[in-house]
Design a protein around this ligand. Structure first.
Ligand code: MSP
Length: 517
């Protein structure tokens, strides 16, 4: 069976889960569910990033051990994902024994390639971002303060610290040309294109050797053979993508190279520069694709702890339900671009596309079927050109949705599905089943109702990855049976015309009640 491997970033345990974390994880879930629906053996990995100075300091501030802090926060993620219908196959904790072994093996392999050396490190460090900065980088960003020593992090604008210590270095610069060649040969490697260009410019600007160990804190994976040092958090964190597959003990080739690492734009450099260079050094194939999505603002403002406007996933789910939230996140903003979360926008999107278009379509079709035919489908086999146009649109939609999702173009996939729904609504108007019933044109009425229900069945199948609960509710009415969306497969169910003659549909129940504006 063909396989598929999708990952999310692993989330820091010094923060509560928020909308940004939900976004990537839902996106990855849709890809995994879609690939499973299309018959692939999909593996979906998420987890938490527990090590580093930030977590150690946060734990110290509370007077607890880092592992205790991690244990607390990790539960919030573990509890959240099932509530959001996230179907991950594994959950990584970087504090686990299996991960420590993977990181140490990764270290040994990089070391064995001759790409590691011990030196002396002197630089600026941003604790919150876990990022080192060169004086020149801080100056270029206009964050250098000539008067005092309070220089700021070019990314987050918080003060950076001077650090000076013995460190291991990774010869990142040795891989500069190989990385540029790889990017040139694999145009799909970094997406969207604007991000690829950004990475190319950065790499062409020259790659410096990278400090990859620390001695100033201990909350991390010890460097093999030199446990005064802990492994730099990003080598530690990035290796999780292999740990999840059982590296180094198991053969990872069933799923590796990953089909896509989904990440936010702020961690692009780590995934599209450091990670591939590390993998090249370790002799491991590179992931097929890194997709950097944009950031959400909330009602036009940056989401942050200090503003207190970070959206808590539990509140959003309580207010809107899981599936409307999943739908909105992927429909509202093209994946890759920044977007704004507004409560009004969510309600508008929901009311117009789900309550009005899709929900009504289901409701009116099943109502008419009940009213005129006691809920029973007849397969007349007689088609007119309008019927064939609807079928052709559904079949084209199936192909195009798949193509869009191969490119992580979630909003286009949903828009393409909605196009069929709108076509269905026009089809109802054009064929006026109520008039056919009045005229006693039974054959034509049966044909029209058949096409409506079959169209709805195939549209709903495509929606299962996006809205697993709502789609199950829709399918239960259409199939008049309980449905588990996890086991559905397109090669068994995706063909037009599989609804059998005499099939009985259930009575309609509203699936998408209107939300108050
Ligand atoms: N631990 C690292 C990732 C290591 S992956 C090997 C990390 N963690 S994080 O918890 O800070 O961030 C996780 C993800 O959340 C990032 O991809 C980041 O882009 C995303 N987001 C954080 N705020 C966001 C928004 N406001 N909007 C969208 N995504 C955002 O970085």
């Amino acid at each position: 069976m063909q396989s598929y491997y999708v990952t999310t970033p692993i989330y820091y345990v010094n923060d509560e889960p928020h909308l940004g974390h939900v976004y990537t994880t839902v996106a990855a879930d849709v890809l995994a569910r879609h690939q499973r629906l299309y018959g692939l053996d999909a593996f979906f990995l998420t987890g938490v990033d527990e090590h580093g100075q930030k977590v150690q300091q946060a734990a110290e501030a509370r007077g607890i051990a880092p592992i205790e802090l991690a244990d607390q926060v990790v539960e919030r993620y573990r509890a959240l994902w099932p509530k959001l219908s996230i179907s991950h196959d594994d959950f990584i904790r970087t504090s686990s024994e299996r991960h420590q072994q993977a990181v140490q093996e990764m270290w040994r392999r990089i070391d064995a390639s001759g790409s590691m050396y011990k030196g002396f490190y002197e630089d600026w460090y941003c604790v919150p971002c876990e990022t080192y900065w060169k004086e020149t980088q801080i100056k270029e960003a206009g964050c250098w303060d000539d008067e005092q020593t309070k220089h700021l992090c070019p990314d987050c604008k918080r003060p950076v610290e001077r650090v000076q210590e013995e460190s291991y270095f990774f010869r990142l610069g040795d891989y500069q040309q190989a990385l540029l060649d790889h990017i040139a040969k694999n145009p799909d490697f970094i997406a969207p294109v604007s991000r690829r260009n950004e990475v190319v410019r950065f790499v062409e600007g020259g790659l410096h050797d990278l400090s990859v160990s620390r001695t100033t804190f201990s909350w991390g994976v010890p460097v093999p053979g030199d446990d005064k040092h802990v492994v730099y958090v990003w080598i530690d964190a990035l290796t999780n993508y292999l740990t999840g597959l059982g590296f180094p003990d198991k053969d990872v080739s069933q799923y590796w190279p990953a089909d896509v690492h989904l990440i936010g734009k702020d961690i692009l450099r780590f995934h599209a520069v450091y990670w591939p260079c590390m993998l090249m050094a370790a002799g491991i194939p590179l992931p097929r694709r890194v997709f950097a999505h944009g950031w959400w603002t909330v009602e036009g403002e940056k989401m942050s702890k200090s503003r207190g406007n970070a959206l808590a996933p539990d509140d959003l789910m309580a207010r809107y339900g899981v599936d409307p939230l999943r739908y909105f996140l992927l429909r509202e903003v093209p994946f890759g671009q920044d977007g704004d979360f507004s409560h009004d926008a969510l309600k508008q999107r929901y009311n117009s596309e789900l309550a009005n278009d899709l929900g009504n379509m289901l409701n009116r079709s099943l109502s008419m079927l009940q009213k005129y035919r006691d809920g029973i489908i007849r397969h007349t086999g007689v088609e007119m050109s309008g019927d064939r146009a609807l079928i052709a649109n559904v079949e084209a939609m199936q192909r195009e949705v798949h193509e869009h999702l191969q490119q992580q173009a979630f909003h286009l996939a949903l828009e393409r599905i909605n196009e069929v729904v709108r076509h269905g609504n026009r089809y109802v108007e054009d064929n006026a089943p109520w008039a056919l019933a009045r005229q006693g044109d039974d054959e034509r009425l049966d044909t029209v109702l058949y096409h409506l229900v079959e169209m709805l069945r195939l549209v709903t199948l495509e929606l299962t990855p996006f809205m697993p609960e709502k789609a199950a509710a829709m399918l239960e009415q259409l199939m008049n049976a309980s449905v588990s969306v996890d086991g559905l497969r397109m090669h068994e169910l995706g063909g037009w015309g599989l609804l059998t003659d005499g099939h009985q549909c259930a009575r309609p129940e509203p699936v998408f009640p209107r939300m108050d504006e």
